[in-house]
Design a protein around this ligand. Sequence first.
Ligand code: XMP
Length: 323
Amino acid sequence: SWTPANIAESLIEQVREQVGDGQAICGLSGGVDSAVAAALVQRAIGDRLTCVFVDHGLLRAGEREQVQTDFVAATGARLVTVDAEETFLRELSGQTDPETKRKIIGREFIRSFEGAVTEVLDGSEGTVDFLVQGTLYPDVVESGGGSGTANIKSHHNVGGLPEDLEFTLVEPLRLLFKDEVRAVGRELGLPEEIVARQPFPGPGLAIRIVGEVTAERLETLRAADRIAREELTAAGLDSTIWQCPVVLLADVRSVGVQGDGRTYGHPIVLRPVSSEDAMTADWTRVPYETLELISTRITNEVSDVNRVVLDVTSKPPGTIEWE
Ligand code: XMP
């Protein structure tokens, strides 16, 4: 019978058979899929799995700790963290075009990941033959069903990798849907903050700052995003809302009045959406009281922000993210 426990057990057994006594690596993004895939493989092969987490400095408040502390505590997985914030900020400096920002982030991510993999390879006795990925059934269908071997290069379409970094893919979730992945994650003891996490884009907060990405702007956006998430959760809206991007319009200023004087600050946009699959979406009718709380807190607590606006556009025509 289909129970999360049965599924988890049989997936762990399959991983054991596939990997044998080999070594594997897995990139953690902070998202559900990679966390559950890594947790399954860890159960199957223990410390022969190394997890790699690239902190690009574009994460939300608390996300690094969630991986480094909560994920590790729940799974006992071996984790290598790459501190790449400075590199990412340097490469992003002066860039305002959304596609350019995404390309830079993609390229730097692969560089950081490669660097960590090379280190793992140097430090291990044998070779690392397996790359774990959190591919789900809908991803398999979308990409035409192929599985097998991959090198990081072809997977991410980025050049410059040595020939010998070629991996056999381990994709324990490839027959599962998202709900099933969450159920398996709970079965493996992963914390609810990881298992129930809403979608968050790989390029992170960088594509939620309209304009150049700087450390200071990231700080501002992170503070506003934390407040919005706290209040939406407190209002019990996490399962109603698919995700709620919080966007900083860094190139826009408007006049305000705060305390004793006139301010000239930036707007924050709230973009709560309801969706089934992110292909289409509608803006979520968040209760006025909750919007009021979020607006009051953000303008009181986040310096440089003097206005909060609500995005009431469906997708199409608007995308969920602003960049
Ligand atoms: P859009 O903005 O295209 O977003 O309506 C659809 C869904 O995809 C997420 N998204 C991304 N996820 N890398 C990701 O991993 C990306 O570059 C990226 N861009 C958008 C977005 O958060 C939404 O869930």
